[in-house]
Design a protein around this ligand. Structure first.
Ligand code: GLN
Length: 254
């Protein structure tokens, strides 16, 4: 059985690996069942030395400033950076994506420590405030099954970040046309830059990427009953040769 570690600092780490308390039944409960169905077991990780017991990591969504402060308090940043550098599979969702980005812009990002490693610029709270959270259908060719299963994926965006640009080694797995979001915060759009650095001319933003051992999604697959992203990550783990001895670690979410 694949072992799933959870770095349980803050946020929705439980939804990734163990589900939520019973009064939060529904999607998170379904998610727990889904992970079990995938044969994944979760282990909470809170200290740097606990990272030595696992070989892959999920950094879930949450509040990245709070999560960063807690990670700093627990002296986790050096161990997390080392983990990424060693080529171990790491998946960041939402705030986890912000953690993994080499560069972050957007509200209140100043001074916030990042793990880094993912060659991209992420814009925090790109789509606006909490009430501008939304769900949308994304086209994700990597999720289409060989048997011709659907490539459409319903993404849950909660005060989500967006990726504005990526380096040459980054594979874009999904993007999001800005025209499909009429409520979009105009500040975010005007701050967005295209590859040439022109502001305000961006027609779409990137919401899912892979760079070698790193996977990042701006949305929350752990809050849905659709297990395809978790399966994709498990496949990544197998691809990098960690196989069944691998573990997945999650760091808090919203
Ligand atoms: N807006 C949050 C942040 O900047 C991320 C939101 C999320 O993880 N759902 O940290």
């Amino acid at each position: 059985m694949v072992l799933v570690g959870v770095l349980a600092l803050q946020g929705s780490f439980n939804e990734h690996i163990a589900g939520t308390p019973f009064f939060h039944i529904s999607m998170a409960y379904l998610s727990r069942i889904a992970l079990r169905r995938l044969g994944v077991k979760g282990v909470e990780i809170r200290k740097p030395e606990q990272l030595e017991n696992v070989t892959s990591l999920i950094i879930p969504g949450g509040e990245s400033t709070t999560m960063a402060k807690l990670a700093e308090y627990h002296n986790l940043f050096p161990a997390l950076r080392e983990f990424v550098k060693m080529g171990k599979p790491v998946w960041g969702t939402c705030a986890g994506l912000i953690f993994l980005a080499n560069k972050a812009t957007g509200q209140k990002i100043g001074g916030q420590e990042l793990v880094g490693g993912l060659d991209c610029t992420v814009h925090r709270n790109f789509f606006g405030s909490q009430i501008q959270s939304f769900e949308t259908e994304l086209s994700v060719p990597e999720l289409a099954s060989k048997e011709g299963g659907p490539e459409l994926y319903r993404g849950v965006f909660i005060r989500a970040p967006a990726i504005l640009d990526v380096g040459p080694d980054v594979q874009v797995l999904a993007d999001y046309p800005l025209s499909s979001n009429k409520e979009l915060d105009s500040i975010s759009v005007s701050e967005a830059q295209d590859q040439e650095g022109n502001t305000g001319s961006v027609k779409k933003v990137i919401v899912a990427v892979r760079q070698g051992n790193l996977l990042a999604t701006a949305f929350h697959p752990e809050l849905t009953a659709d297990t395809r992203w978790h399966s994709y990550f498990l496949k990544m783990i197998n691809d990098v040769g960690e196989g069944t001895s691998s573990s997945i670690v999650a760091v808090g979410a919203e």
